[in-house]
Design a protein around this ligand. Structure first.
Ligand SMILES: *Cc1c(COP(=O)(O)O)cnc(C)c1O
Length: 360
């Protein structure tokens, strides 16, 4: 058996150790004679996993007691409408900072619910950079400010996270737990698990408890954050297998130095590839401006469409998976989430150097 060099943008690589452990536990989880998928979500055995995963997020992201951790479903895409439904009342205005396709999608949903403004946008430069946070139009009267901390499609990332006066809400789907984050500066953080933390199906929400006091009575039960908070995310059947996998991945992260350990590892991986791009004499050209570059998604182009195509074909033949750029940007993209190994990045670097030599 050979494992692929997996650079998928999401769902993405999972740690091999975690997959092996899940395999071993598939027929008999903890002496139950069942897989975790076959347990009742009300059983003691499942509830232990559930609470351990929640405690793991709290510990690894140093979530303060002012905040709660929820496990929801529907991905980041359901958070797009759920946030304004819960927190954008009539007569108020939410501020959306547009740094890529996902922030645009979040704004689109908010516009269906209430009034919005755009505090900054990089759209006219095809989202090649994160605008200067000091020049953004953020006002204390904004109901909340929404940002996307890592732009999966364009390959940019906020390297300074703002500490603004209005409640700050962040889509961290593609960089959660890839680095330490000052959680206390945020009123709400959300992320689908399928990029950095596990399989698809679980959405992690970290929410300031005080925010939940503002939710109007008119919001349907299932779509209210407080419903899930009051019931420890067991209001209805949670995605039990996904949460079990998340728990294993969190233990794997803890054993590798937690958020700081991931940051170090991710910096090293990204530097290998950015270094290759920067020393290619322009053969490889990064999409993102240098000071906005993402450590998670490396977006780049070759000198022609023809060479992009040949590069992607040869890379596929050589065992690299998921290097196609998103259709809205084109070119190539290597996603280096937590579970992508340094060895895979080294192999890709070698492939890029050889390809340049043969086609430069
Ligand atoms: C992948 C992604 C999404 C979409 O997530 P779903 O779980 O598919 O809804 C949203 N935002 C960002 C930043 C993403 O990377």
């Amino acid at each position: 058996m050979t494992r692929a060099h997996n650079f998928n943008a999401g769902p993405a690589a999972l740690p091999e150790e975690v997959l092996k452990q899940a395999g071993e536990e598939m027929l008999d989880f903890n002496g139950t004679g069942m897989s975790v998928m076959e347990l009742s979500h009300r059983s003691k055995e499942y509830e232990e996993v559930h609470n351990e995963a929640k405690a793991g997020i709290k510990e690894l992201l140093q979530v303060p007691d002012t905040h709660d951790v929820l496990f929801l479903q529907g991905g980041a895409s359901l958070q797009f409408p759920m946030i304004p439904m819960n927190f954008l009342p009539d007569g108020e205005k939410a501020n959306y900072i547009l740094t890529g396709s996902w922030s645009e999608k979040a704004l689109k949903e908010a516009k269906l619910i209430g009034e919005t403004k755009i505090g900054a946008s990089s759209a006219e430069h095809n989202h090649t950079y994160i605008p200067d946070i000091h020049s953004m139009d953020v006002d204390p009267t904004d109901t909340y400010v929404h940002i996307t901390s890592n732009n999966t499609i364009f390959g940019t990332q906020w390297h300074t996270l703002p500490d603004w006066n209005p409640p700050l809400i962040a889509d961290m789907s593609s960089d959660i737990l890839s680095r330490p984050v000052p959680v206390d500066q945020f009123s709400l953080i959300y992320a689908g698990a399928q990029k950095n933390l596990g399989p698809s199906g679980v959405t992690i929400v970290i929410i300031e408890k005080e925010m939940m006091e503002k939710i109007p009575n008119s919001i349907p039960t299932f779509l209210r954050y407080d419903t899930h908070a009051d019931k420890n995310s067991l209001y209805h059947t949670p995605p039990t297998f996904g949460i079990y996998m998340l728990n294993h991945v969190l233990n794997w992260i803890r054993n590798r130095g937690g958020a700081e350990g991931m940051q170090e590892r991710n910096n090293e991986k990204a530097s290998l590839l950015y270094d290759t791009i920067d020393h290619s004499g322009g053969f490889y050209k990064g999409h993102a401006e240098k000071d906005s570059r993402s450590n998670m998604n490396i977006t780049f182009n070759l000198p022609s469409e023809e060479l992009n195509k040949t590069f992607l074909e040869k890379a596929k033949e050589a065992g690299f998976v998921g290097l196609n750029g998103h259709r809205s940007v084109g070119g190539c993209r290597a996603s280096l989430y937590n579970a992508v190994s340094l060895e895979s990045c080294e192999a890709l670097r070698t492939f890029m150097l050889d390809f340049h030599k043969n086609h430069g």
